[in-house]
Design a protein around this ligand. Structure first.
Ligand code: TMP
Length: 216
């Protein structure tokens, strides 16, 4: 079976990480063992970079932030994502290159073409077959995040207009490539959202996998 690469994108508190976990559980029930990972992070080196990036006490310059995102990505793609896809696995990644276009591009104001070319270098051109956008108004997402355990990370603390620009850029990216993106209303209840995620993902799975036929 060829690998299937699915990415999850959206603003803060959009509930995407919960949906990654629910989808992974559903796939396991069908006998498919997905590789679940995240960005920034997903390898010991990249998780170290994540800790630096999200530390509220650090203030990287926009370019430094963008390079750190790409360093994490390059490590994750080369050592985890590319090998898993080559083995024919389903890969679920919580954020990927589109987050850089939204956050460092629209949020920080870095040049979109430059970021796209760095994304290409870091990913080796590996592009998701499907990207799910968990679209939610920033006020609701940030309120959810504040209700969640843990300290808000450095990017959660950006002002409202930053989060508005990020959301808008995600919507534009989805509109520009409708064959890759599915936009979901992330204000829906988690069960309803899970059903819509499954609808989108199962359409991309080979028929045998959808029916729950286990691979030998
Ligand atoms: P999250 O995984 O909990 O959503 O947190 C990751 C944070 O990192 C989130 O605020 C978005 C941000 N981020 C970027 O700014 N650029 C990127 O390329 C990626 C992958 C994440």
């Amino acid at each position: 079976m060829p690998g299937l690469f699915v990415t999850f994108e959206g603003g803060e508190g959009s509930g995407k990480s919960t949906q990654v976990a629910r989808l992974a559980a559903r796939l396991r029930n069908l006998g498919i063992d997905p590789l679940v990972t995240r960005e920034p992070g997903g390898t010991p080196l990249a998780e170290g970079i994540r800790a630096l990036l999200l530390d509220p006490d650090r203030k990287p310059e926009p370019l430094a932030e963008a390079f750190l995102m790409q360093a994490s990505r390059a490590q994750l793609v080369a050592t985890v994502i590319a090998p898993a896809l080559a083995q024919g696995r389903v890969v679920l990644c919580d954020r990927y290159a589109d987050s850089t276009l939204a956050y460092q591009g629209a949020g920080r104001g870095l040049d979109a073409k430059m970021l796209a070319s760095w994304n290409h270098a870091a990913t080796g051109g590996i592009t998701p077959a499907l990207t799910l956008l968990f679209d939610v108004v920033p006020d609701l997402g940030l309120a959810r995040r504040q209700g969640a355990p843990g300290v808000p990370n450095r990017l959660d603390r950006e002002p409202a207009d930053f989060h508005d620009r990020v959301r808008q850029r995600f919507i534009e990216l989805a509109q520009a490539e409708p064959q890759r993106w599915v936009v979901l209303d992330a204000s829906l209840a988690a069960d309803e959202l899970e059903a819509r995620v499954w609808e989108a993902v199962s359409a991309k799975l080979p028929a045998a996998a959808r029916l729950g036929v286990r691979r030998a």
